[in-house]
Design a binder for this molecule. Structure first.
Ligand code: CO8
Length: 258
């Protein structure tokens, strides 16, 4: 396996495990880390030993979102030219089953990453949310699309507008999470399920996945193109600079609506 800086990987029987590993910043997703996650997923997707891919976080979070320090000074044109979200489109092309095992925070891009997986197992201490609105932006990697498809427009708007965090139990009740598990058993239970799934006929599992997403995601691509233009646009606003600067300076932001 390739050497990675921000993730750790291993294969246990026929389950590949990818662990986000920037614990000092709650696994905040910088661009290199996203590239590494997608690269590892693609390698395991083609690896004959592997039947299921599990994604998890080290330290006290799954991931607390995109790395705010990295993007605080971006502008709309830089983001358009970087085209970083093309990486996220590749995640949707993974053919094998993917399971997110989430403990602690799964916020912003971290929540989007968990929602990009096929199944989501959560520790009862997990907290999910889209706090982007609190720093003057919005989700950019599928959050507005995937959350709305899962829980409907009315509930999605409330969570996205308020930026409040939902508990694992709330996420379960909303149909976002498959299982809520005691934190000390999260990894073990996820692996047990993954190993059970790995015993199912791989081709059936693969083609069922493909068919289910045809039903769910028919217009996801169009939605995500639209979402990302809006995400880029917000980087022209003063409120984005204010929100992210305030976060970095550990003070309350003053938003002015422009
Ligand atoms: N980016 C950079 N650093 C972060 C982030 C982040 N998203 N989250 C936490 N950290 C850092 C903190 O700055 C802190 O670093 P230091 O020790 O050097 O001060 C360290 O992680 C620990 O964090 P806290 O001390 O703040 O820990 P608390 O337990 O007090 O608070 C919270 C935890 C509530 C999670 C808090 O850290 C927080 O609010 N984080 C930001 C959450 C957020 O706004 N996320 C959304 C980011 S925007 C986004 O995700 C846009 C998605 C676009 C597409 C995705 C592309 C990858």
């Amino acid at each position: 396996m390739t050497e990675f800086a921000h993730i750790r990987t291993h294969v246990d029987e026929n389950i590949a495990v990818i662990e986000l590993h920037r614990p000092d910043v709650l696994n905040a997703l910088n661009r290199k880390m996203v590239t590494e996650i997608v690269t590892a997923m693609e390698i395991y997707d083609r690896d004959e030993r592997v039947r299921v891919i599990v994604l998890t976080g080290s330290g006290r979070a799954f991931a607390a979102g995109a790395d705010i320090d990295e993007m605080a000074n971006d502008d709309s044109i830089t983001l358009e030219l970087l085209n970083q979200f093309a990486e996220w489109d590749r995640l949707a092309l993974i053919k094998k089953p993917t399971i997110a095992a989430v403990h602690g925070f799964a916020l912003g891009g971290g929540f989007e990453l968990a929602l990009s997986c096929d199944l989501l197992f959560a520790a009862d201490t997990a907290e999910f949310g889209f706090p982007e609105v609190n720093i003057g932006v919005m989700p950019g990697a599928g959050g507005t699309q995937r959350l709305t498809k899962l829980i409907g427009k009315t509930k999605a708007l409330e969570w996205l507008w308020t930026g409040e965090r939902m508990s694992a139990k709330e996420a379960y009740e909303l149909g976002i999470v498959n299982r809520v598990i005691a934190p000390e058993l999260l990894y073990e239970e996820t692996m047990r399920f993954a190993k059970k799934l790995a015993k199912q006929p791989p081709l059936s599992v693969r083609l069922i996945k493909e068919a289910v997403y045809k039903a769910v995601d028919y217009s996801l691509y169009e939605g995500m193109q639209f979402e990302r233009k809006n995400f880029y646009l917000l980087f022209s606003s003063e409120d984005q600079k204010e929100g992210m600067t305030a976060f970095i300076e550990k003070r309350k932001p003053r938003f002015q609506g422009r």
